[in-house]
Design a protein around this ligand. Structure first.
Ligand code: ZN
Length: 227
């Protein structure tokens, strides 16, 4: 069983370890970050505690500008003016990020809820229910591709379908549309399998998922051609 910092005391002890051991070892990094941030990537993922964006991408503080929420959802522009749209505007408009990644994941509670939006359990969470409306079309798209009724095995398809939908929503944000048109921005969808420790890159055209090694090989080839 893994160790959990269950109490506030234990959490503060973690902070103490950071201050005493981790910070001194990385003091140059933190000093370089003291007054400015220039993250190349906006990373949008679920609030799920099992996802550690910096661990799965092997990035350091300063590299990922993060948006996290239930279900890694990006409401279409104008749907909801709030945390997500402001963070996108700031990341693309002010910080000039070069990449946006939307990362869904295995066994996502939000996707489970989306499979049964009328469940009594959700009645007690009216805000969540309303929020998940931004993913409803993903459910319809998945059902459209699969004739039979959705079951537990379809949670992966739904999570993937949801990521693809959120990429579409992302493009409705003027700041994103502008940067894409100028060729200053790349957007990509990922699916993270927690148990396997594996990321799949989702292809928007074919809706297929590809291993990272495939996409790396392709990007290297393109880079060579353009060199
Ligand atoms: Zn989730």
């Amino acid at each position: 069983m893994s160790f959990h910092r269950n109490t506030l005391l234990e959490l503060l002890e973690g902070v103490q370890t950071f201050e005493k051991d981790v910070y001194p070892e990385n003091v140059n990094l933190f000093e370089s970050l003291a007054y400015d941030q220039t993250p190349p990537t906006l990373f949008i993922t679920c609030a799920d505690s099992r996802i550690s964006p910096s661990m799965i991408t092997q990035t350091e503080p300063g590299e990922l500008f993060l948006i996290r929420n239930v279900g890694n959802i990006v409401p279409a522009y104008g749907e909801m003016i709030g945390a997500v749209s402001s963070a996108i505007e700031y990341a693309v408009g002010a910080l000039k990020v070069k990449n946006i990644v939307v990362c869904g994941h295995s066994n996502c509670g939000a996707m489970n809820a989306l499979l049964d939006l009328n469940s009594p359990k959700l009645e007690k969470m009216p805000t969540v229910k309303r929020w998940l409306r931004n993913s409803e079309a993903a459910y319809a798209a998945m059902r459209g591709l699969k004739a039979e009724d959705a079951g537990p095995a379809d949670i992966k398809s739904l999570a993937e379908s949801n990521v693809l939908l959120q990429l579409t929503h992302l493009r409705t944000h003027p700041v994103v549309a502008g940067a894409l048109a100028r060729g200053e921005l790349t957007i990509q969808g990922w699916y993270y399998d927690i148990k396997k420790g594996e990321i799949l890159v989702l292809d928007e055209q074919s809706r297929a998922s590809r291993p990272v090694s495939d996409v790396i090989a392709e990007l290297k080839k393109t880079a060579k051609k353009n060199a």
